[in-house]
Design a binder for this molecule. Structure first.
Ligand SMILES: [Zn+2]
Length: 375
């Protein structure tokens, strides 16, 4: 329209300088029909060539394609927009933070009629800002009220303390009655300080993001022991046992004479291949929890490991303990040393298998083929 026809005239008398200026002006020019409709009457020229009368170089401010006014110094427009964003955010209760106007804001440098010029203070007034308060009324330099729905986004960061709930670990133990529980370790919540960012638009929270979290107090995991049902346990497959010691079997499971009388031997006795096995390490036959590691008059120093599902293994007559009650052991972990404590005739390892309270033959749960049996 008017702009285009004027640009056409200028193109006739081209100079190298004006080519550069036109290219610059086209880059800065707003796009779309809206711009042309709004400004063709007001804008005298922006083609970079100064016309003869009553025009001056300035920066025009547009919001959503609507001309507000022109300022000599573009910083005046920038400052007025900052005040507008701040005042608008404050009107929504979000004074703190970094504010930005989401509407299409454009500043265009060019030669404008002097009647379009305002100073920074006047521009703020046109934008409806007075003493930091936003009136929600934006006018142009001619005093017309413009239908602009201002949208202001505010980004703010803050800190908050959050609770870190403790976890609970349940351990099946056979020495409690069925369904009975015992809290071995009391759980405790931890605490963290979170730094988070909120994004609001016109006072409405649109996004919250945690930027960082610092633990100030670790939580304590609660440990609850619970009695396991034997009937349920017996339904579950039991692990195959590994040998607790690599030696010879000096006394098998079953009836035998001990100290001159017939006695039932409720386990397997192991001794070494050479003259003495005293002090040799004894190993856990399967994964489990140590439920006993103490002296017992008949068995001497005895370790009992609970493997769950109603199965326990027994290591007796030890000279030393390498575990204590409550330890979690893996198959093959050393649990003690061979000794001669309790009712014995010499150093050896007595090894027993207990299934649901019955002392059964360990040979039924592990491979003893190839091991020399002395009696
Ligand atoms: Zn024995």
């Amino acid at each position: 329209m008017l702009i285009h026809s004027k640009q056409g005239k200028v193109c006739i008398g081209l100079t190298a300088l004006s080519v550069i200026l036109i290219v610059t002006a086209l880059f800065l020019a707003p796009s779309g029909k809206e711009k042309a409709l709004e400004i063709d009457a007001e804008l005298y020229t922006n083609d970079g060539v100064r016309p003869a009368e009553e025009t001056a170089l300035g920066t025009a401010l547009y919001i959503d394609g609507k001309l507000i006014a022109v300022t000599k110094n573009p910083l005046d427009a920038r400052s007025a927009l900052d005040s507008l964003a701040q005042a608008s955010a404050a009107s929504w209760g979000n004074g703190e933070g970094v504010h930005s106007i989401l509407n299409r804001v454009m500043m265009e440098k060019g030669y404008y009629k002097e009647s379009l010029f305002v100073n920074g203070e006047e521009l703020s007034a046109l934008l409806g800002v007075s003493d930091g308060v936003y009136s929600n009324r934006i006018r142009n330099v001619f005093g017309d009220l413009l239908s602009i729905e201002l949208e202001v986004q505010t980004k703010a960061t803050a800190e908050r303390r959050v609770s870190l709930p403790f976890e609970t670990v349940r351990v099946n133990v056979p020495f409690l009655g069925d369904g009975e529980t015992h809290t071995e370790v009391e759980g405790a919540d931890g605490e963290a300080v979170e730094t988070f960012e909120t994004v609001t638009v016109n006072g409405v929270l649109v996004q919250t993001a945690v930027l960082s979290s610092e633990t100030v107090k670790e939580s304590v995991t609660e440990e609850v022991w619970q009695g396991v049902s034997m009937s349920l346990a017996s339904l579950i497959e039991r692990p195959k046992l590994e040998l607790p010691y690599h030696g010879r079997i000096s006394s098998d499971y079953g009836w035998r004479y001990v100290f001159g009388s017939l006695d039932f031997h409720n386990g397997i006795d192991f001794i070494g291949y050479d003259s003495s096995c005293y002090g040799d390490k004894v190993y856990a036959s399967a994964d489990g929890v140590v439920v006993e590691a103490k002296y017992n008059s008949g068995y001497g120093n005895r370790v009992v490991i609970d493997h769950g599902n109603g199965m326990k293994t027994v290591y007796a007559h030890l000279s030393a303990f390498l575990v204590e009650k409550g330890d979690v052991v893996a198959c093959g972990d050393p649990v003690g040393k061979i000794g001669a404590t309790g009712r014995v005739t010499g150093p050896h390892l007595h090894f027993g298998v207990d299934i649901n309270g019955k002392e059964l033959n360990p040979a039924d749960y592990m491979d003893i083929s190839g091991i020399q049996i002395l009696s």
